[in-house]
Design a protein. Structure first.
Length: 182
């Protein structure tokens, strides 16, 4: 593949990569850093990229997830001072009181706020799978590659995410005439 074609394909996915980075990082500045690192790594690895059915998006998402979880691992290994711990606890309380990002900014203007909040509250393992499937339109196999988990894990996490949302949002479903099949 020509370098110009690779860069065109990669840049066409910039919004999707940023959107996923925002879901992961939950802060615009951190999301921008993740996207920058993702694209730097992608450009360095351009020669190893092989174009597949779904294009470059799953490959970029895999790089993004690797960058994000590598950073998370590093942060967890860093020593924490008592003062830093107090600030982290206060920040965590604020984060739970008001989400740091709004799913409406992701063109979800038609989505009820209760659904947005319920998705935001999902465990990250379930939220990542749900968003890659529902928002980004990836197939189970592609999600498994991005997250580096077996396809069965993807399916069970998606099932669990949907079950949690269904349980939390029964009232919303009734309002919209949606009835859970039994």
């Amino acid at each position: 593949m020509q370098s110009e074609e690779f860069r065109r394909l990669a840049l066409n996915e910039l919004d999707a990569v940023y959107r996923m980075a925002l879901h992961l990082a939950r802060h615009p500045d951190e999301a921008q850093d993740l996207v920058q690192e993702t694209y730097l790594r992608a450009l360095r690895s351009e020669s190893t990229f092989e174009l597949r059915d779904r294009g470059i998006r799953p490959w970029l998402f895999k790089i993004l997830h690797n960058v994000f979880y590598t950073r998370m691992d590093r942060k967890q290994r860093e020593p924490t001072l008592a003062d830093d711990l107090q600030h982290e606890l206060a920040a965590e309380e604020l984060e739970h009181a008001a989400p740091a990002w709004d799913l409406a900014s992701l063109d979800w203007e038609q989505v009820d706020e209760r659904l947005k909040e319920a998705i935001d509250e999902l465990d990250s393992r379930y939220r990542d799978v749900l968003l890659l499937w529902a928002v980004e339109g990836l197939k189970y196999r592609e999600i498994a590659e991005v997250l580096e988990v077996p396809m069965g894990t993807v399916m069970s996490r998606l099932y669990r995410a949907r079950a949690v949302l269904s349980a939390q949002l029964g009232e919303l479903a009734e309002e919209h005439g949606i009835h859970a099949s039994q």
